[in-house]
Design a protein around this ligand. Structure first.
Ligand code: DX5
Ligand code: ZN
Length: 215
């Protein structure tokens, strides 16, 4: 079994959008990905931004796009053209849309992921084993940053890790000094952290803490 390198993905959802590129610069040398939460006000109640904002991002970090939108397959080419390094869409959209989204992203030669919301049973990921490059396990209800970590969702991580020792498992939501160690213990190898990083007095220290959890 490989020993995965722990990846840290700060989520710009918790950054100051008015000075986005400065915010990104403050964490760039320490992070592995920049997590980009796209919300449409339909799939989730909140609206964030579209691919035009990706075009404005000046960063060397790969853009890890988490699409919380309806009909993502229709928009994937725009996100790729605007710099997305990889794209995850939600399993709750159904098998046809999820497979189409995976295929579309892969056609552009980019890794494709499947995200799963709390309360959705892990079995819904079964059709994508072997197809998806990574899975995003949500430990908050998608839509907003700064929510409380839903510990019961960790069982999805341990289940997937046991079944697929090699697959990348991303944890998204509610990371802090108390919850990140639990995510690692369950088998996550990529931690998305919004508030914990961007709302911290010392962002570098916050990222260094997460990195120190590497097994
Ligand atoms: C929620 C988003 C998360 C969010 C996490 O819908 O998918 O990526 O930014 O924010 P925190 O780390 O504040 O829970
Ligand atoms: Zn996210």
């Amino acid at each position: 079994m490989k020993i995965p390198k722990l990846k840290i993905s700060p989520s710009i959802l918790a950054a100051d959008f008015g000075r986005l590129n400065e915010e990104i610069k403050s964490i760039e040398p320490y992070a592995d990905f920049l997590h980009v939460d796209v919300m449409d006000g339909h799939f989730v109640p909140n609206i964030t931004f579209g691919y035009t904002i990706l075009n404005c991002i000046k960063s060397k970090l790969p853009l890890d796009c988490h699409l919380m939108i309806e009909n993502p397959a229709k928009h994937i080419h725009h996100f790729i053209e605007s710099g997305a390094a990889r794209i995850a869409t939600h399993v709750e959209l159904g098998e046809e849309m999820t497979k189409l989204s995976l295929e579309t992203t892969k056609q552009f030669g980019k890794p494709a992921g499947v995200a799963i919301s709390p309360k959705t049973p892990v079995e819904e990921l079964f059709p994508y084993f072997g197809l998806a490059d990574y899975f995003v396990i949500m430990t908050v209800v998608p839509g907003f940053g700064g929510q409380e970590f839903m510990r019961e969702e960790l069982s999805k991580v341990s289940y997937l890790r046991e079944k697929f020792p090699e697959v990348e498992i991303v944890i998204d939501g509610g990371m802090n000094t108390a919850t990140a160690p639990l995510a690692i213990k369950a088998g996550a190898d990529n931690l998305v952290a919004g508030s914990f990083v961007f709302r911290s007095d010392d962002r570098i220290k916050a990222i260094e803490f997460l990195k120190s959890l590497e097994k």
